[in-house]
Design a binder for this molecule. Structure first.
Ligand code: PRP
Ligand code: URA
Length: 207
């Protein structure tokens, strides 16, 4: 795989700790998540290609820059929705695609239930949003689907990642790049991340 970047910025780590804390209620969880997401996006877009463009200031001509490619943000439903709004604040021109996946309760394998994406992703920078990378089954399925539409070097934003999920993605989607706030210890026998932060969707939506 192209790599895993653990974002150690103090503000990210401070807010991650609030997310991990079991006393953090959904209202606060959503607010803190928005802050972490924005800070992570800053890091994940650092290598975006730009092209030079001329710009006229009130005083003189200057050299400016524009993003070279359009951006598509793709949250995996449900949990990825929690990061979408704050990413759109920073990338208001981004398109938004959706992939619906749900880990089946017994097998814990990702089941596909919805997709809404641009038909051709070859010319886009694609950012996949899935806050938990546990077994990696959900992210791998989504990344394979995006690759099938021509996406290359998709950046995955995950709040917490497990070593098992990272290894799985490295094996099946080596082109992907992961940005995470934490690379945690392991999965438990129900494939939850330890120490993790529990069930992300439940904590976000209060279910
Ligand atoms: C959670 C999480 C990820 C997935 C990660 O979603 O949001 O999408 O599990 O697990 P994996 O790496 O083992 O595939 P879940 O299936 O619980 O759905 P939800 O977001 O609707 O709660
Ligand atoms: N999904 C979650 O929401 N949490 C985990 O720890 C693993 C998968």
């Amino acid at each position: 795989m192209k790599g895993v970047t653990v974002i150690t910025h103090p503000l990210v780590q401070h807010n991650l700790t609030r997310l991990r804390d079991k006393r953090t209620a959904p209202q606060e969880f959503r607010r803190v998540l928005s802050e972490v997401a924005a800070l992570m996006l800053y890091e994940a877009t650092r290598s975006f290609a730009v092209r030079p463009v001329p710009v006229q200031t009130p005083l003189a001509p200057a050299r400016g820059f524009q993003l070279q490619h359009e951006v598509v943000l793709v949250p995996i439903l449900r949990a990825g929705l929690g990061m979408l709004d704050s990413l759109l604040q920073l990338l208001p021109h981004a398109r938004v695609g959706f992939i619906g996946l749900k880990r089946e309760e017994k097998s814990l394998r990702a089941l596909f239930y919805h997709k809404s994406l641009p038909r051709d992703l070859t010319k886009f920078e694609v950012i996949l949003i899935d806050p938990m990378l546990a077994t990696g089954g959900s992210a791998a399925m989504a990344l394979e689907g995006l690759a099938g539409l021509g996406a290359r070097q998709v950046r995955l934003l995950s709040i917490v990642a497990a070593p098992e999920g990272v290894a799985h993605l490295a094996a099946v989607v080596p082109d992907a790049v992961i940005f995470t706030a934490a690379l945690d210890r392991a999965l438990n026998d129900r494939k939850y991340i330890l120490p993790g932060l529990g069930d992300f969707g439940d904590r976000l939506f209060g279910t």
